[in-house]
Design a protein around this ligand. Structure first.
Ligand SMILES: [Zn+2]
Length: 153
């Protein structure tokens, strides 16, 4: 007897779903994004107990579990690549045309990394420790892409 499921008796209908939605970045995420949009400035949140600076910011320290939502601090627009991958496939939701570098970037003054695109360097030449700076978008989209990309500093 043949193993597996006999699909000749399955009833299926091909379809397509459209799912309009609104995404709310939250209190902390909203201030982070609107400060980038309106002031071209990147801010983090510092835990006053353990001194860890989070970028992207968060509401609660993951070490101390302190509520840190109001402890905004400035960080630099420069930093370094702490990890990366090269995106080599095209998909509608992706922000750039492949191949491009998607990197974890620890900004100067921050203790955590944010994920963003690195441009201005060959995808084969990027490495951990590369110094980069934020390049802000000329036109806002009110998203994290108001930082258009990071470029070698
Ligand atoms: Zn803490």
């Amino acid at each position: 007897m043949k193993e597996g499921f006999d699909t000749t008796h399955c009833f299926t209908v091909e379809g397509k779903l459209a799912l309009p939605y609104s995404y709310f970045a939250g209190r902390v995420g909203s201030k982070f994004l609107t400060t980038i949009r309106d002031q071209k400035k990147i801010m983090g949140i510092k835990c006053n107990k353990c001194k860890k600076v989070y970028v992207p910011p968060r509401q609660t320290c993951d070490v101390c579990l302190e509520d840190i939502r109001d402890n905004w601090v400035d960080v630099k627009n420069t930093g370094e690549v702490t990890n990366f991958t090269v995106v080599r496939y095209q998909d509608r939701h992706l922000p750039k045309k492949p191949p491009y570098i998607l990197a974890m970037i620890k900004l100067d003054g921050a203790d955590t990394s944010l994920v963003h695109v690195v441009e201005g360097i060959d995808v084969e030449k990027v490495k951990v420790g590369l110094k980069v700076r934020a390049v802000f978008a000329k036109e806002t989209t009110s998203t994290i892409l108001d930082i258009d990309h990071f470029a070698p500093a």
